[in-house]
Design a protein around this ligand. Structure first.
Ligand code: SF4
Ligand code: SF4
Length: 455
């Protein structure tokens, strides 16, 4: 029967024959579900389910729990459909027994498909990247669920696909979930994290400003609501103080603080990516040292200035346009700092010593338990110090066993230590599991932001 016979080389699956025909039921069940949504006019969801069926042939282990979850949800969809159809038929006094028989067959097929996926033979089939199956599945699931909830709860089409191709929103959700798990798989090692973080962060920032640019040029569907805001991070706090409302960005920022602490400033901020890129124009930071006074007092002063100015302008009844000019001037000073200081010093001077939101992130990010910790067996060799562009490491900090306030959990230092003495910490988790869980959350947020973060 099995034309594709392969012996899985590892663990309990040894000697289990692999047979691609085991995929028959799951593929059929997914395609039936896809055809149901196609008939309902949800082409994006139909395409996503058909895509999922096709992906099964890649043998990637992360797909197994995802397809199981999709089929479980499919069983619920079919059951609800049966109830709806029978109710309609009863209302119109139409026969319903045959319909019930057919639909029961479909639900049975869905259940058999799940049973087939749970069997040992299927486990043998999904033999690619078993080690990171759950993190990849988790990133896909978190991204898809968050985007689906945002899409349902927000009162306007929040996804670009829904704006330009009505009915295809689920297609975008699926693609972003797929992209997220792909990014996660490349960030599984500290070195991969160090290499891919600036790339995906830069990509996010580029797409964010591309949408803003196109929106300003007239493609107003590229703008979130049509109401423009300044893309200056300080406005996350100062904006609501001036307007007395408009808390969306503040809430988004707060959620990231709870989930990943100050990692907004190393993975998610649309402007921080510029400072990162500028600092990387110098291969290694010049005379790296932990930022001290300016990190706290410098950013404390800009925080007081921006919030105080917003409050004062509001109290004086200054028109919004003047406030926008003030905010834009503040943003331009920040860009100047990137060009003149970050570029020359190879450090993120703007983020670590000037941006008030960076300070808010560093201070309030402490509500989240994520930390970078330096082990007791650290040799104090200093190999990690020049990796830190946020000025959070120096000999003093190594001796104290933890980075300075300006640490944003970027993870760049982790791959520098050949003795694994510096790394992520989370209560109750081993350093390795803490890092994996952090990557899952940070990458999922990144993928969600790609879908919904625009002005
Ligand atoms: S410090 Fe400011 S600009 Fe830099 S990443 Fe954080 S919020 Fe963005
Ligand atoms: S201490 Fe490490 S994780 Fe923290 S900002 Fe510096 S390089 Fe990034």
């Amino acid at each position: 029967m099995a034309d594709v016979k392969k012996i899985v080389q590892s663990g309990a699956m040894e000697n289990v024959p692999v047979n691609r025909y085991r995929l028959l039921l799951p593929v059929l069940a997914l395609l039936l579900l896809a055809s149901h949504w196609f008939r309902q006019g949800d082409f994006g969801l139909a395409a996503a389910l058909a895509g999922l069926a096709g992906l099964l042939f890649t043998r990637q282990a992360w797909l197994r729990p995802i397809v199981l979850a999709a089929l479980l949800w499919g069983g619920y969809v079919w059951a609800q459909t049966v109830v709806d159809l029978i109710t309609i038929r009863l209302v119109f006094d139409l026969p319903w027994m045959r319909l019930t028989g057919i639909m029961s067959g479909i639900i049975l097929l869905d259940g058999l498909a799940m049973a087939s996926l749970l069997g040992g033979g299927s486990e043998a089939w999904f033999d690619r990247d078993r080690e990171w199956a759950w993190p990849r599945a988790a990133i896909f699931a978190i991204t898809v669920v968050c985007l689906a909830v945002a899409r349902n709860k927000v009162g306007f089409p929040i996804l670009l696909a829904d704006r330009y191709l009505p009915g295809w929103g689920w297609g975008e959700v699926f693609l972003l979930g797929f992209y997220g798990q792909w990014v996660g798989s490349h960030m599984r090692t500290p070195l991969g994290h160090r290499r891919y973080r600036p790339r995906i962060w830069g990509l996010f920032s580029a797409l964010f400003f591309l949408q803003l640019g196109l929106g300003l040029l007239g493609a107003d569907r590229m703008l979130m609501t049509g109401t423009l805001h300044l893309p200056v991070p300080a406005m996350i706090v100062a904006g609501p103080v001036f307007r007395g409302g408009g808390f969306f960005m503040l809430v988004l920022f707060g959620v990231t603080l709870i989930l990943v602490g100050p990692a907004w400033c190393s993975h998610l901020c649309y402007i921080g990516a510029w400072d990162d890129a500028m600092s990387r124009l110098r291969a290694r930071p010049f005379a790296p040292r932990a930022s001290r006074g300016l990190s706290l007092w410098g950013r404390g002063a800009t925080l007081l200035l921006t919030v105080g100015a917003a409050w004062g302008l509001r109290a004086l009844g200054v028109p919004g346009v003047s406030a926008v000019l003030f905010g834009a001037a503040f943003g331009l000073i920040g860009v100047g700092m990137m060009l003149f200081f970050s570029r020359r010093r190879g450090m993120m001077v703007h983020c670590a010593e000037f941006c008030p939101i960076g300070l808010v992130g560093n201070l309030l990010g402490r509500v989240s338990p994520w930390r970078i910790r330096i082990g007791a067996d650290c040799l104090q060799c200093g190999a990690c110090v020049p990796r830190c562009r946020y000025g959070a490491l120096d000999a003093d900090r190594l001796a104290k066993g933890r980075p300075a306030l300006s640490c944003t959990l970027c993870g760049d230092c982790v791959s520098a230590c050949s003795d694994n003495q510096i790394g992520y910490a989370f209560p109750g988790l081993s350093p390795n599991n803490a890092r994996t869980a952090f990557i899952v959350l940070a990458v999922s947020l990144h993928a969600v932001f790609l879908g919904v973060a625009r002005i």
